[in-house]
Ligand binder design. Structure first.
Ligand code: SF4
Ligand code: SF4
Length: 283
C-alpha cells in the first residue's frame, strides 16, 4: 500500500478564507440559536402555570426560574416512591428545551400529574419575584389563603369523545373533582333511542373550576375528553360595548357613559339603513 497522501499545505490565503467561512457559520448558528431562544421567551399560549400565576406575559418578565415553587410543592421532584425507590412524578416541572415552553419556567401537565389543591398552597408564598401573586388566592375579607380562588385554567369537555355523552355510564371526572357538584355537576338525561341508558353528562362551571386538572387525569378515554386549557384560551370575550339589558349594574354603565367613549359612530353611521337597501340597483 502506498503512503498516505501528504496533507494539503494550508497557505495564509487559504486559512483567511477558511476562518471567514467558519466565522460566518458560527454566527449563522448563533443567530439561529438566538432566534430559537427569543421564540421560546415569548409567551406559550397553551402552557399551564402554577397556582396564583400572574398573566402569562407578566409571568415571563417576573419569573426568575429559581424553582422554589417546584421544590415547595407537595409533589416535589425529590419525593421518592417507597415501593419502587424511584423518584415520583412531580406536579410542577421546570421547562426543558424539548418542552416547547420558555426554558426554566415552571408548568404542569395535568394528564401526567395534576395539582392537588393543597389547602395551605405551599408553592405560592415561596415565590420571591411576584410571578406567583399570593393576593390572587387570599380571601380579602378573612385574609386567609383560599385554594378555591385559584384560576390555573378551565376544564373543557369534548362531547364527541366523552363517553358519558354516548350514554355509557361514566362519572370519573365528576368523582375526581375536589369541588364535586360545584365545579363539575352531572346533567342527567335519558337516551330517547334505547329508552334504557341514562346520560350522566359532566357540566363544568366556569366560575368555580380552578383548573387543577384532577378531572383530566381521571378521564378514562384514550386521550382525555375533559382537559384543561388556560382560561384566556378557553373563554371568549364579548367586548366592553355590549350591555346586559337585564342586569341593573351593567345598565348603570350606559347611564354613566361619556359621549366621547362611544366609538361605534363612523362615516357610515351618517347614512340611514334604507340608504343601503337598494344600493347598486338600477331602475
Ligand atoms: S397546590 Fe399543592 S399540588 Fe398544587 S402546585 Fe401547589 S403545592 Fe403542588
Ligand atoms: S418561585 Fe416564582 S420566580 Fe421561582 S420559578 Fe417559581 S414562579 Fe418562577
Amino acid at each position: 500500500m502506498g503512503e498516505k497522501k501528504a496533507k494539503k499545505e494550508i497557505t495564509p490565503r487559504r486559512r483567511f478564507f477558511t476562518d471567514i467561512a467558519y466565522g460566518v457559520g458560527l454566527s449563522a448558528m448563533g443567530g439561529l440559536l438566538w432566534a430559537g431562544y427569543t421564540n421560546k421567551a415569548k409567551s406559550s399560549p397553551l402552557v399551564l402555570r402554577p397556582p396564583a400565576s400572574v398573566e402569562e406575559d407578566d409571568f415571563l418578565k417576573l419569573c426568575i426560574k429559581c424553582g422554589l415553587c417546584v421544590e415547595a410543592c407537595r409533589n416535589r421532584p425529590s419525593n421518592i416512591d417507597k415501593e419502587t425507590g424511584e423518584a415520583k412524578k412531580p406536579t410542577l416541572k421546570l421547562a426543558k428545551a424539548e418542552d416547547d415552553i420558555t426554558i426554566g419556567t415552571p408548568f404542569f401537565t395535568p394528564r401526567d400529574i395534576p395539582c392537588f389543591m393543597c389547602d395551605d398552597i405551599p408553592c405560592v408564598p415561596v415565590c420571591p419575584s411576584g410571578a406567583l401573586d399570593i393576593t390572587k388566592v387570599t380571601n380579602p375579607k378573612s385574609g386567609e389563603l383560599d385554594i378555591t380562588m385559584m384560576d390555573m385554567g378551565l376544564a373543557v369537555v369534548d362531547p364527541n369523545s366523552c363517553i358519558a355523552f354516548w350514554g355509557i355510564q361514566c362519572d370519573a371526572c365528576y368523582r375526581a373533582c375536589p369541588l364535586m357538584d360545584v365545579a363539575i355537576k352531572l346533567e342527567y338525561g335519558r337516551n330517547e333511542r334505547t329508552g334504557k341508558h341514562a346520560f350522566l353528562k359532566p357540566v363544568v362551571s366556569m366560575n368555580d373550576c380552578t383548573g387543577c386538572g384532577l378531572c383530566e387525569q381521571a378521564c378514562v378515554t384514550e386521550k382525555a375528553a375533559i382537559f384543561i386549557l388556560p382560561r384566556d384560551v378557553a373563554l371568549g370575550k364579548p367586548g366592553d360595548h355590549y350591555v346586559k339589558g337585564w342586569d341593573k349594574k351593567d345598565q348603570q354603565r350606559v347611564e354613566n357613559r361619556v359621549e366621547s367613549d362611544v366609538t361605534t359612530h363612523n362615516k357610515r353611521s351618517e347614512k340611514k339603513p334604507e340608504d343601503y337597501l337598494n344600493m347598486g340597483v338600477e331602475y
